[in-house]
Design a protein around this ligand. Structure first.
Ligand code: ADP
Ligand code: MG
Length: 286
């Protein structure tokens, strides 16, 4: 379903070139749940943007649904972004002046669906993420976890085959993060391909496969830390989820030594351009 061959992404900087992704080869089949881990600035978001057709590789090939993405015209790309892919971001990216319902309606407005159907489907999507009683709330009247649920409802309302989540639990506490991960697990069980970027091993352990980006290159788990540790965590989650999707709590005792190493490898600061954006916003305020 997703296949990247020799994908390179570089940006011109000063009189030089910054190579962010170096020869990425990655295949993801329909129905997979894949976690992408890696240090800040390693190229994870750049990779996600390419997978989601928000950005194009500098060279190499990307096939989505067996079609070469470079052959799509702008209209087809917009269609893919609107219909095939649902995006979830760390900072939710909700429009502040719109209610939860109106935020979830948005992708359907671009999709040209009637008002009546939009309202029904938006309400259904919000119901599915457990926010039936919050549909008329503005984002600033919702908790972080609730905002992310609205963002998930918005991502799934057009029934995409792929969900791309870039650090979706990064701004949430551990318990809320778990609830959000259980939601992605459920969507994946229903057949949606889920690809998620995370710094946290616990979060990655919900996925059935983890790939690592380091300095723009993909490495296997074994090169970073034993895959055993992730497998153990995964087994724990599967049991937990089977017991009770809503009330499980992560046992810190499942954090093996390997995962402590992993936490050290993947520091959690924001990427340079996110920092620049925040600084820009601060400056705009002053
Ligand atoms: P991650 O998500 O792993 O933290 P990113 O993919 O956001 O990393 O960024 C990888 C590198 O690419 C960083 O060094 C970042 O500064 C750089 N980068 C990202 N986007 C651009 C851009 N539009 N122009 C120049 N450099 C960029
Ligand atoms: Mg990023």
């Amino acid at each position: 379903m997703i296949e990247l061959r020799n994908v390179i992404k570089s940006y011109p900087v000063a009189n030089d070139e910054l190579v962010v992704l170096k020869d990425i080869n990655l295949s993801i089949t329909a129905g997979e749940f894949v976690a992408i881990m890696g240090p800040s600035g390693s190229g994870k978001s750049t990779l996600m943007n390419i997978i989601g057709c928000l950005d194009q590789p500098t060279s190499g090939e990307y096939f989505l649904h067996d079609k070469r993405v470079s052959d799509y015209d702008e209209k087809e790309l917009a269609g893919v972004r609107n219909q095939s892919v649902g995006f979830v971001f760390q900072q939710f990216q909700l429009l502040p002046r719109l209610t939860a319902l109106q935020n979830v309606e948005l992708p359907m407005i671009y999709g040209g669906i009637s008002k009546k159907e939009r309202l029904e489907r938006a309400a259904d999507a919000l119901d599915k993420v457990g926010l039936k009683d919050r549909i008329d709330h503005l984002p600033n009247e919702l908790s972080g976890g609730q905002k992310q649920r609205v963002a998930i409802a918005r991502a799934i309302v057009n029934e995409p085959s792929i969900i791309l989540a870039d650090e979706p639990t990064g701004a949430l506490d551990t318990k809320t993060g778990k609830q959000i991960m259980e939601m992605f697990t459920l969507l994946n069980k229903e057949g949606t391909t889920v690809i998620l970027v995370t710094h946290e091993a616990e979060v990655a352990s919900y996925a059935s496969r983890t790939v690592f980006v380091r300095d723009g290159e993909l490495t296997t788990a074994d090169e970073v830390v034993g895959q055993d540790a992730l497998a153990k965590l995964r087994a724990t989650h599967e049991e937990d989820i089977a017991v009770d999707v809503n009330t499980t709590t992560m046992q810190s005792s499942t954090l093996t030594e390997g995962l402590v190493d992993l936490a050290n490898v993947f520091e959690t600061d924001t990427s340079p351009h996110e920092k620049i954006t925040k600084e820009g916003e601060e400056e705009a305020k002053n």
